[in-house]
Each structure stands twice: as C-alpha cells, then as structure tokens.
Ligand binder design. Sequence first.
Ligand SMILES: Cc1ncc(C[n+]2csc(CCOP(=O)(O)OP(=O)(O)O)c2C)c(N)n1
Ligand SMILES: [Mg+2]
Length: 438
Amino acid sequence: MSLMTTARQLARFTGRTQMLTKCLATKMVHTETQNSATSGGERARFPGAQAAFVDKPLMSLPENSEPIPIYRAMNADGVFEDPAQDPNLSRETVQKMFRDMVLLNTMDKILYESQRQGRISFYMTNFGEEASHIGSAAALSPDDWVYGQYREAGVLVWRGFTISDFINQCYGNREDEGKGRQMPVHYGSKKLNFVTISSPLGTQIPQAVGAAYAFKRQPNNDRCVITYFGEGAASEGDAHAAFNFAATLDCPVILFCRNNGFAISTPSKEQYRGDGIAGRAAGYGIAALRFDGTDIFAVYNATKQAREYVLKHNKPIVLEAMQYRISHHSTSDDSSAYRPAEELEIWNTVEHPISKLKNYMKQRDWFNEEEEEKYVKAIRKQVLAQINQSEKIPKPDWREVFQDVYHEMPTHLKEQMKQMEEHVEKYKEHYPLNDFKN
Ligand SMILES: Cc1ncc(C[n+]2csc(CCOP(=O)(O)OP(=O)(O)O)c2C)c(N)n1
Ligand SMILES: [Mg+2]
C-alpha cells in the first residue's frame, strides 16, 4: 500500500476535511523523497519556497556539492570512448567544420600581425576556442539569432560571413556593413541573424533573452536565440538580470558561456568562488550542461540537445564550454606578464581543437595533408589580397556618424551635423578628407 493511500485512508478515518488529506499527503510524499534530517517530514508552504522543514540549522556548504561534470565525446586522439556519441556527420560537414576552423585560425594570425604593423587599430584572436564556435554554430538553425560577445568570429565563418566581410569591417571602410562606426571585430550581419557586437560587457545577454521572449510569443515559433559570453562577463549584473528573466519568463534561449580561464589578466579562480558558470544555473532554476569546448563533437552534441530542449519546453539552458584562451586577450594585452608560457604548451598542441578534429579525420582517411596545406596557402593569399584591397577602399562618408540612429534624424542631430560640416569646411586642411567617401 502506498503512503499516499495511507494518507487518504487516515483522513477518511478521522473524518477530517479534504484540506487535511492534502496536508498529510504532502507530508507522506515528502518523507518518501527526502532524507531523514527533516522535522517530522513537514513541508513549508511559504510562497517563496516549499522546501522541507528541518530541526537543526544545517548550512548548505558549497564544498559538499559535487561540481557539474564535463561532457567529452572524443579524446585528444579523436577517438570516441562511447561510439554512440559520434554524431556521424557526413564527410562534407566534417570537412567544412575543419576548414572553417583553419580559416579562422589563419585569418586571425594575419589580422593580428596587421594590427602590429599599425594597419588597423585593434584586433582580437580566437586561438584555442575555434571548436566552441563552429561546433555550436553547426548545431543551430541559420534562422536562430546570435548575440555574441566578441570572441565568436567562427560562428560568422560557419554562417557564411566572407573574408572580405571580416576585413572590410576591421578596416572600417565603406564596404563595412557597420559603416565604420564600430571598433574592429565588432561584427554584425542582418542577413546572417548575427546581432552587432557591443563593447560593454554583458549587454548582449539580457537583449538575447528579450529576443527569445519575443520569438516565443510568435505563433508556431521554431527559432531560438543563443548568446555567447565569457566567464568574466558573467560577473556583470546584466548576466544575473538576464538569467533570472530567462528563467521566470520561460525564454527559449541558450546562454552559452565560453569559460576560457581568463578575463584579460584575471584568472577564473579570482573571478568566482562557485562551480564555474554552469553551477549558477540551478540557483535560477535553469538547466545546465557543461562540456569540453576543445572537442567539437561534444560542443555540437551539447548545443543540439540544448536547442531541442529550449524549443520543446520554452525554457532557457546554460551551456558552459570549458577551454583555454591561447590568445592574448587582445592586441592591447601581453599575457606573458601574467601567465607562464609553459602553461600554453598543452593547449596549443594535444588539447588544440583543430588537432583533435584532424585526428578524427585521419582515422576515417578523410585527411589529406597536401590538400590541407594547399587550402591554408590559398586562405593566406586571399586574406593578404583582401587586406591590400580593403586598405584602398575609402572610409564611409563621415556624415554617416549622425545617420541611422533614429528612423528620422531629430533636430538636435541635424544641428550637430551642420556644425560639423562648418567645422570640417573651415579646417579641411587638418583632416584626411580624401580617405573618406564624398
Ligand atoms: C562593462 C565592461 N567592463 C569592462 C570592460 C573591459 N573588458 C573588455 S573584455 C574584458 C574581459 C572579459 O573576459 P571574458 O568575459 O572572460 O571574455 P574573454 O575575453 O575571455 O573571451 C574586460 C574586463 C568592458 N568592455 N565592459
Ligand atoms: Mg574569459
């Protein structure tokens, strides 16, 4: 006889009201599922929490809870410990994954150098994080919206942002879709459903939640939103607000944290005391999944599962990709000042995401060294030629600075533009006006 039945019989026997039946049933069910440290099995009915009562002041100590495990599909040799975890993607798809990672890596090396030579003002590379970009992008639908932080250029590569799109943006010329208004690497593409990057950390997270909320309110919605952010950005108040809104408004959003161990020079051990970022999800009532971000198939499987979950249940999920930022933070940083060079060695070799996928391909005889070398050479050539070309393309008309802020330019902006025109006219010899489109 179940405890529920016992409770009902007891209530009937004593002739009490239905209310008592409910109350006893709650107690009995509770004793079935909870441990014995409770106070007579009684369950609280406060509006804010319906947990069990206990008769001792028990502290919940963080060290008593196990960290969330890290899912890994394939090892560094490209071997699946559980073959069922192999998503069995076609040769063509795997090759695109590999080549997109290589393209990003090759382009990064050259654009980084181009900043060092003073050709562009700033750059950020993605070394060591390529799999988390390409693996997640491949698991999404191209209609899903992306709100990135800044170190997710691979998502754009996967979606078809071209070498010329990247380089024109970095050079801020008139071919840049953002019309030269943003710092380099602050990409955006309406066509590719990739919302333009903002420099202030964390802003994209609540925006993404809002967009997911809007999607869910549309009939027959089949789009979700993904937002990427670093473990450092997760310390921003915006991340908290976003997590809580995502949970309470039941938004189909993937909160994708790239935990690369550093926020500029601050190592993650100084950034938080809890179980990374995934460990926070339960506190908000959000599902979490943590995985090895250097294993492209772990990233792919996890993101695919996350996408299905958020759309099926209209709920958010926190994904945490564990990886290592091999790059300096940006061209304004020298990471040798705060971490030993030897620390990078393993991440740059056996744990490198490109090397792992290469090993996987080799096993299937899908990797041809000579052809891949040719591919790298061709990409290098294309990037260098594009830099040459992008440098020569004039910058947008400087008046663009005032445009597109409002649908119709308000009076105060019109006045400012007029003042600027007069100023530039008066001091034109001091401005490189020939560099700008007229
Ligand atoms: C609100 C705000 N504070 C500080 C900065 C300066 N800043 C830019 S990137 C960064 C570190 C972010 O680290 P993380 O989120 O882990 O991303 P990662 O660079 O590791 O990819 C900081 C502090 C900023 N851009 N915005
Ligand atoms: Mg980081």
